[in-house]
Ligand binder design. Structure first.
Ligand code: UD1
Ligand code: CA
Length: 453
């Protein structure tokens, strides 16, 4: 079975953060999460994560049945890190080494790499870089065979000219690692045990070094600081935008699109600028999302329009609905076909029946609203007494006048009418009119107060 060792013990000093580096997100997911998901997608394997700095937080976040954590108390180098995993490796199997801070590696690339590893070959992922500064350099002989890797700080001026860089990712038999790693020395510019020194050892033992390259440079880029994190974020978002457009989505500006999760789309979906999709979101055929919307863990069915500046979370929105602009659709909202939520409307745990309209300046919480109900501007469901939450039920065809307060628990019957400005604290029967407000008095000849001199 494939053994995978993910190095994640480093401090990430340049992130200047209390959070361990590998927990910093790209597209809303910790970098180590991307690496782990990719590792898992390679099929059945045994995964070890080498942790050190911030190990408690890393372990807490990623604890799982299929992962073993190995503590590297002192970070003495990449070779030392892999050495900590040695006792847990299977004998005579392929070991794939990954970095927890290189989040965008693709499974295809890794499959290709591991397929080239055998008892007599070590497979190395290298990349040609326009600026290889900081990378270990791949040293090849006259025949083009890889001889060794030399780190930037140990390289001579000729070696510094080499543009083929070491990505750090490699695949090699555990049997060889068990022999080589204990022989590593820290006699180098950084006083570290370099994993890269096993390349020369492999050559000395007569192994061939085979190399593979990633499809794009960004796949193998690591994150050392916030600038690189932002760069990878943009690359990732751009890739997702390209993918969506290839599926037929219109993105008004692909450089202003952010998906931090999974977005499923039907045909002819249009997404305007500055929208953020988080968690699992699905948009049905013909859905239009206006600018500046945030949609989190929700489904939006065919033909629905989400207008500008709406925020939607954990909601199920039916077909042909109309939401926003400036709607706040909170968890537990369900809209049936053709329902409308207009500007400055907030809903929470609310079922809005087919064809019902809640168009302006309203709060609907813990409520069940039937079909073809009209909720007037400024209506508030008073669902909370400071301790407990109560439910409001409104029957089909009811009409709630503007600026009404519905004090829950309360039921408004089918086709009932609530007069504008009412505070309704008792149930209203089917077809009844309820008016609960101060009576109007008109006073003739009223004199306004005047200022005393
Ligand atoms: C390493 C490679 C270099 C390569 C570069 C690619 C070595 C000696 N050098 O250099 O050839 O071009 O990556 O980015 O391997 N880590 C541990 N424990 C340690 C040291 C590191 O877990 O004791 C982890 C880090 O958290 C990180 C990864 O290993 O995820 C790489 O370490 P880093 O210090 O960034 O290596 P580089 O010096 O960049
Ligand atoms: Ca690095």
């Amino acid at each position: 079975m494939l053994n995978i060792v993910i190095l994640a013990a480093g401090k990430g000093t340049r992130m200047k953060s209390a959070l361990p580096k590998v927990l910093h997100p790209v597209a809303g997911k910790p970098m180590l999460g991307h690496v782990l998901d990719c590792a898992r997608s390679l099929g059945e394997s045994r995964i070890q994560i080498v942790v050190g700095h911030g190990s408690d937080a890393v372990i807490e976040r990623f604890q799982a049945d299929d992962v073993t954590f190995v503590l590297q108390e002192q970070q003495l180098g990449t070779g030392h890190a892999v050495q900590q995993a040695l006792p847990h490796l299977d004998d005579d199997t392929t070991v794939l080494v990954l970095y927890g801070d290189v989040p965008l590696l693709r499974a295809d690339t890794l499959r290709q790499l591991t397929s080239q590893c055998s008892a007599s070959t070590l497979a190395l992922l290298t990349v040609n870089l326009s600026d290889p500064t900081g990378y270990g350099r791949i040293v090849r002989n006259g025949a083009g065979d890889v001889e060794s890797i030399v780190e930037q700080k140990d390289a001579n001026s000729d070696q510094l000219q080499i543009c083929e860089g070491n990505t750090g990712v490699l695949a090699v038999s555990s049997r060889h690692l068990q022999r080589w790693l204990p022989q590593l020395s820290s006699d180098n510019a950084q006083g570290e045990f370099y994993l890269t020194d096993i390349i020369a050892m492999a050559r000395a033992d007569g192994l061939a070094i085979v190399t593979a390259q990633p499809q794009a440079e960004e796949e193998v880029l690591g994150v050392n600081d916030r600038r690189q994190q932002a760069q990878l974020e943009r690359h990732y978002q751009q890739q997702q935008a390209l993918q969506l457009m290839s599926e037929g989505v219109t993105l008004m500006d692909p450089s202003r699109f952010d998906c931090r999760g999974e977005l499923q789309v039907g045909s002819d979906v249009v997404i305007d600028i500055n929208c953020i999709f988080e968690g699992k979101v699905s948009l049905g055929d013909g859905v239009i999302v206006g600018p500046n919307c945030t949609i989190t863990n929700s489904s939006v069915a065919a033909g629905t329009i989400i207008k500008a500046n709406s925020v939607i979370e954990d909601a199920v929105i039916g077909e042909q609905c109309d939401v926003g602009p400036f709607a706040r659709v909170r968890p537990g909202t369900q809209m049936a076909r053709g329902a409308k939520l207009g500007n400055f409307v907030e809903t929470k745990k609310a079922i809005i029946g087919e064809g019902s309209k809640v168009n302006h300046l309203t709060y609907i919480g813990d409520s069940e609203i039937g079909k073809n109900v009209n909720v007037g501007a400024g209506t508030i469901t008073c669902n909370y007494d400071g301790v407990n939450k109560f439910k409001t039920t409104i029957g089909d065809g009811a009409f709630i006048g503007s600026n009404s307060s519905l004090v829950a628990p309360v039921t408004i019957g089918e086709n009932a009418t609530v007069g504008a400005g009412s505070t309704i604290s008792g149930n209203v029967g089917d077809g009844q009119l309820a008016v609960a407000r101060g009576k109007q008095r008109n006073i003739e000849g009223w004199k306004r107060p005047t200022k005393k001199s």
